[in-house]
Design a protein around this ligand. Structure first.
Ligand SMILES: Cc1cc2nc3c(=O)[nH]c(=O)nc-3n(C[C@H](O)[C@H](O)[C@H](O)COP(=O)(O)O)c2cc1C
Length: 261
C-alpha cells in the first residue's frame, strides 16, 4: 500500500494506488510538487520549488521523447515493405542467384524492408498446358505442384523483384513457365494492383530489351508498377560479383527499394 504525503498539509493521505495510471500520476505529481512542498517547509522555499519544477520538466521530456521514439520505431516496423525476390535461372550459384542474394543482403541494412529470396529452380512448376480452363475456373487447372503456394506468396507481398538471365533475348524456360501459369489470374481485374516491381536482368551482352518486355509486360498487365529495370553484364559463374559496377548497381537498387517502402 502506497501512502500519499500531502504537499500542502504535510499529513499522510492513506490510499491504495493499485492501478498503473494512478501510480504514474502519483509519481509525476510528487516529482512536481511534493519535493517543493517539503523543501518549502525546510525553509528553502521558492528555490526548492523552482528546482523541482525544472527536474520534473526534464523528467517529463525524457519520458515523452522515449514514448515518441518507441512510436516511431513501431511505425517503421509496421510499415515494412514485404519484398519477394524471385530468381529464375536454372544454373545453381550462377550470376542471377548471386545478384539476388547480394540484393537481399544489401536490403538487410534497411529497416523498412523485409526481403525473401526464392529460387524457381527449387520449386516444382509445371508448364501451362494451354487448356484455357482457367478462364472459367479463375485459377489454373494444372494441380499438384508448387504454383498455388507461390501465388499465395506473391499475393501477400507488396514488392516483387524478378531476377533472370537472358536466354535467346528472353527469360529462361522456368521463368516463362511460371509466368504462363499465372494465366489463372487473367480473368480477374488487376490482381496485382498496388504492388511494386523491379527487374534484374543478367546477360553476357545483348537481348535485354525483349527480355525485359516479357517480364515487365507480365507484371504490369496484372496492375503492378515497374519502378526500375537494372541490367547486369556477366557471362561465366562469378562474373557479376567480381564486377564493382554490378555490385554498385545492386546496392543502389536496394536503396531505391528501401525508399519505395
Ligand atoms: C541458353 C542460353 C541462352 C543465352 N542467350 C543469351 C543472349 O541472348 N544474350 C546474352 O547476352 N547472353 C545470353 N546467354 C548468356 C547468359 O545470359 C549469361 O551466361 C548469364 O550470366 C547467365 O546467368 P546465370 O549465371 O544466372 O545462369 C545465354 C546463355 C544460355 C545458357
Amino acid at each position: 500500500m502506497l501512502q500519499w504525503r500531502s504537499p500542502v498539509s504535510n499529513s499522510f493521505i492513506p490510499g491504495r494506488l493499485d492501478s498503473v495510471r494512478q501510480i504514474v500520476t502519483y509519481r509525476i505529481f510528487r516529482a512536481t510538487f511534493c519535493q517543493g512542498g517539503v523543501q518549502a517547509e525546510e525553509g528553502r522555499g521558492r528555490a526548492g520549488l523552482t528546482w523541482s519544477v525544472f527536474f520534473s520538466t526534464v523528467y517529463l521530456s525524457v519520458v515523452c521523447s522515449g514514448i515518441l521514439s518507441f512510436g516511431r520505431r513501431l511505425m517503421v516496423k509496421c510499415k515494412r515493405l514485404k519484398l519477394l525476390i524471385i530468381s529464375g535461372s536454372p544454373r545453381p550459384g550462377g550470376n542471377t542467384e548471386d545478384c539476388a542474394e547480394f540484393l537481399a543482403g544489401c536490403l538487410k541494412g534497411y529497416e523498412g524492408v523485409i526481403a525473401e529470396h526464392l529460387r524457381l529452380r527449387d520449386r516444382d512448376i509445371r508448364p501451362c498446358t494451354g487448356c484455357r480452363k482457367c478462364m472459367q475456373l479463375m485459377r489454373c487447372a494444372v494441380a499438384g505442384d508448387d504454383m498455388p503456394a507461390l501465388l499465395e506468396k506473391i499475393a501477400s507481398c507488396e514488392g516483387l523483384v524478378l531476377a533472370a538471365p537472358v536466354y535467346w533475348d528472353a527469360p529462361p524456360g522456368m521463368m516463362k513457365d511460371f509466368i504462363d501459369r499465372t494465366h489463372g489470374l487473367y480473368a480477374r481485374p488487376q490482381p496485382y494492383a498496388g504492388k511494386k516491381g523491379w527487374l534484374v536482368s543478367v546477360a553476357t551482352e545483348s537481348g535485354f530489351a525483349t527480355h525485359e518486355r516479357v517480364l515487365s509486360g507480365w507484371f504490369s498487365h496484372y496492375g503492378a508498377e515497374i519502378l526500375r529495370k537494372v541490367r547486369i553484364f556477366a557471362c561465366e559463374k562469378g562474373d557479376a560479383m567480381a564486377s564493382a559496377s554490378a555490385r554498385d548497381t545492386l546496392q543502389a537498387l536496394a536503396g531505391e527499394i528501401a525508399l519505395a517502402s
